[in-house]
Design a protein around this ligand. Structure first.
Ligand SMILES: C[S@@+](CC[C@H](N)C(=O)[O-])C[C@H]1O[C@@H](n2cnc3c(N)ncnc32)[C@H](O)[C@@H]1O
Length: 331
């Protein structure tokens, strides 16, 4: 039980959210193992306490809390008779039930409330600590505080409608963030987005202190990226040029949302040729085990014998557009 955490995933794409969490924790050497998997609710065992700055990287997890109790017992009264007091320092608190409501909120609060020391005050609005109760195939009691804040809500400030330089091609910040977290990069390592557009990937990477290089063939897009980064107080290397210029840089991963072929321009080159050319180019500079994470309508376009497909997630955008998020690893 020592280091187990409850992850409540956003409803947009729970598979992507789950793998984002596992991959990030593996990259940061937490040796994660899933101990409960109930769609948007997962429990993960790790080898040490998860640092706030790692939790903060998560784009697709709504909330992370530290597990205090987890077992098959279903009767909360019996559980409360068995568990020790819940020590939450001097903090204010609220007791909440997650997803499946098996008991009234009031009953959960009075039963579980017996385990909170008398000096702690209840505060329903903005409590410093939340005691969470989940009744699924197992019963979980977990504790959330501000040090476990994810970026699920906060990354909305990076949403295209909140950026000064706007283009409809911009990717949602939650997806951008999760894509970067699938690329195995830690703070201080470098990723490249060779089709950077208005800078969605660069913003999320820099916000997580990952070095970022952006390339775009259109001057206006380069200026948009720089302007958007600047708006959030962030800096990255952004250059005007064809993808070909990526070979001048050293990077650990490629994270990108290439042209769809419809509304974005490729200066006359077919998307299929462009993707083939990109894969051959990356292959020249990338090392075994390094990753490319790409959002793509047609995954066939990036089939390449030098890369294994590790994951594929589908992302429905609208009736005629589904994007696939591919994670490829150099073999
Ligand atoms: C789908 S957009 C990227 C959107 C980006 N993720 C964002 O948040 O704005 C693709 C970008 O690729 C650029 N592009 C097209 N062909 C290119 C090439 N050969 N080399 C570099 N960039 C190219 C386009 O100008 C466009 O800005």
């Amino acid at each position: 039980m020592k280091h187990q955490y409850l992850f409540e995933l956003g409803g947009e794409n729970t598979e992507l959210g789950k793998i984002e969490a596992i991959e990030l924790l593996s990259t940061e050497h937490y040796e994660p193992t899933i101990t409960l998997d109930e769609n948007a609710i997962i429990a993960i065992k790790v080898s040490k306490v998860i640092k706030s700055k790692v939790v903060r990287r998560l784009g697709m997890t709504k909330r992370v809390s530290k597990i205090f109790y987890k077992d098959k017992e279903r009767n909360l009264e019996n559980i409360v008779n068995e568990i020790p007091q819940i020590d939450i320092g001097q903090n204010t608190f609220a007791i909440r039930q997650i997803s499946k409501k098996t008991m009234s909120e009031k009953d959960v609060a009075t039963t579980l409330g017996r385990k909170i020391p008398n000096h702690n005050k209840t505060r329903l609005e903005r409590p410093e600590v939340k005691i969470l109760y989940y009744a699924g195939t197992e019963t979980i009691i977990s504790i959330w505080d501000q040090t476990l804040e994810t970026y699920y809500k906060r990354c909305l400030k990076h949403h295209i409608k909140n950026r000064p330089f706007f283009s409809p091609i911009g990717i949602h910040p939650r997806i951008a963030r999760s894509m970067i977290n699938l690329a195995n990069c830690s703070e201080g390592e470098t990723m490249i987005d060779p089709f950077c557009g208005t800078g969605g990937m660069l913003i999320e990477a820099r916000d997580m202190k990952i070095n970022a290089i952006g390339i775009d063939i259109i001057r206006k897009m380069v200026n948009y990226s720089i302007g958007n980064l600047d708006h959030y107080g962030l800096k990255a290397k952004v250059v005007e040029g064809d993808i070909e210029s990526s070979k001048e840089y050293q990077f650990k991963a490629v994270v990108t949302d290439p042209p769809y072929g419809l509304s974005t321009t490729t200066k006359g080159e077919g998307v299929s040729e462009l993707m083939k050319r990109s894969m051959n180019l990356f292959n020249k500079t990338m090392k075994k085990g390094e990753r490319i994470v790409m959002a793509l309508s047609n995954p066939e376009l990036v089939k390449n014998p030098n890369y294994d497909e590790i994951y594929r997630f589908q992302w429905y955008i609208h009736k005629s557009l589904t994007r696939n998020i591919l994670v490829l690893e150099k073999n």
